[in-house]
Design a protein around this ligand. Structure first.
Ligand code: AMP
Ligand code: ZN
Length: 115
């Protein structure tokens, strides 16, 4: 599996940097965003170092499908009962700050800090 030792999300995936994890399997790690916009704000991250959605091809479809399909279960487990929002930022114009693919999933009662 590809990994970049300078990448913060690779290092979280490898257990080298602590994170408040809510789920982990062979391919995916999920943890709370350190600067949450919403009462519940998690980041769903493939363990492989995929830089962004711009690098995604058909071979990644099962992985992305698993991430999407896992999100409702995790939001339920985190007590989100009235809807949630998925956001994926891609590249500079997409306001991506961490250059390792991740999906924000946010929920909980409004108002939110942003989003
Ligand atoms: P973006 O790349 O703009 O989609 O967002 C990156 C997100 O990663 C931001 O919401 C940050 O708050 C979050 N973030 C950055 N470093 C960490 C970290 N060490 N643990 C948890 N969340 C982080
Ligand atoms: Zn990475």
């Amino acid at each position: 599996m590809s990994s970049d030792s300078n990448c913060i999300f690779c290092r979280i995936a490898a257990g080298q940097i602590p994170a408040n994890k809510v789920y982990e399997d062979d391919e995916i790690v999920v943890f709370h965003d350190i600067h949450p916009w919403a009462p519940v704000h998690i980041l769903m991250v493939p363990k492989a170092h995929i830089v962004s959605m711009a690098d995604v091809t058909a071979e990644h479809a099962p992985l992305l499908g698993r991430m999407m399909a896992l999100s409702p279960r995790l939001m339920r487990e985190l007590g989100v009962t009235d809807g949630f929002r998925h956001v994926i930022n891609t590249g500079r114009d997409g306001s991506q700050e961490v250059m390792h693919l991740h999906m924000h999933v946010m929920g909980g009662p409004r108002p939110w800090a942003k989003g």
